[in-house]
Write a protein that binds this ligand. Structure first.
Ligand code: PRT
Ligand code: ZN
Length: 298
């Protein structure tokens, strides 16, 4: 008899995506013991082996089918596969965006420099660790600029006279400000994604992949969501709907015999819940309860 099939997922070993990737897997019921000097960590709770690697290697492992799944930033996925002339859309299946590791790849120039659109970059030298994505952008704008490839500390290149501007990842923008640079173009928006190889999988493995994907989607959808319950006069329902326009299919349950009072249950997300409570109280809601949501499964 064949042993139970297992799938492999590659995640970043050490860096900005590691902690969130491990936490996501744990919340999906994939527990594993992280011990040093190992490459593969078998999960005892789900038939999956977690491979801890440099993020730059993840796209290739998934493309080649060495790992069926991977968690990686879209910036790294696009850049590393483009460097091998591999088209991401055709060769890797993006299952879902994960909502973390959000950043943008942006062009920045010294803050005192004139900038009137991409044409300003003609003939300039731009330092970057993303020559593929930058090259693609420059080409799309018909701009001829040279790429100065650097592996790190790209932001210091203009001060060192190595380049006239840079193209690097930006999150808060504080690194640019600290180096006297000004962001002038966003060329790529990125976040961490769950990707699957396009190589054919045996049905049992494909089923495992689907199961994990559904769990990941359920956990990811719940991020920032809260379950909101309250009692309110039926006449306040309209006002409550206005306060919570994004309210997802609220349940309205009559309380008592005359139906004048109702209980409202709903999921709300990405809001200041203290302000929400104050607004709900102001229109007559009471016994307001806000509870965390762990998973949202359709
Ligand atoms: O060792 P390994 O190769 O695995 O890791 P790494 O050093 O190549 O990558 P790492 O851990 O730094 O980043 C992993 C991924 O996190 C990136 O590929 C992005 O998808 C994502 N990410 C999100 C970021 C940032 N935000 C980010 N701000 N990656 C890097 N930065 C850097 C940026 O390069 C710049 O130096 O942070 C600085 C800018 O930040 P702000 O906040 O000052 O704008
Ligand atoms: Zn890397």
């Amino acid at each position: 008899m064949n042993p139970t099939p297992r799938v492999r997922i590659a995640i970043q070993k050490k860096g900005r995506l590691s902690e969130r990737s491990v936490e996501l897997l744990r919340r999906c019921g994939v527990d594993f013991d992280v011990r040093t000097d190992q490459l593969l960590f078998p999960s005892s709770s789900f038939p999956i082996d977690v491979m801890l690697v440099r993020d730059d290697d993840i796209p290739l492992y998934v493309y080649e089918g060495i790992c069926e799944l991977g968690i990686v930033g879209q910036n790294v996925l696009e850049e590393t596969l483009a460097a091998r002339a591999v088209n991401v859309a055709e060769n890797v299946r993006t299952l879902t965006a994960l909502g973390f590791g959000k950043c943008r790849l942006a062009i920045a120039v010294p803050k005192g420099d004139r900038y009137d659109g991409a044409k300003t970059l003609d003939g300039k030298r731009l330092a970057t660790s993303y020559p593929q994505l930058l090259g693609r952008y420059l080409k799309s704008k018909g701009v001829t600029a040279s790429c100065v490839e650097m592996n790190g500390s790209v932001e210091i290149a203009p001060a060192l006279q190595l380049a006239d501007g840079i193209c690097d990842l930006v999150q808060t923008g504080s690194t640019l400000v600290a180096n006297g640079l000004r962001e002038v173009e966003t060329i790529f928006e990125s976040q961490a994604v769950l990707v699957q190889t396009q190589r054919p999988l045996e049905p049992e493995k494909q089923q495992l992949v689907r199961r994990l994907e559904q769990r990941v989607v359920g956990v990811t959808r719940a991020v920032g969501a809260k379950y909101v319950m309250m009692n309110a006069p039926r006449s306040a329902l309209e006002a409550i709907r206005k306060i919570m326009p994004g309210m997802e299919s609220p349940s309205v349950i009559p309380l008592g015999d005359d139906g004048q009072k109702v209980a409202v249950h709903t999921v709300a997300r990405e809001t200041d819940f203290w302000v929400l409570v104050e607004q709900l109280k102001a229109v007559g809601a009471s016994s307001i309860l806000i509870a965390p949501v762990e998973k949202i499964i359709d």
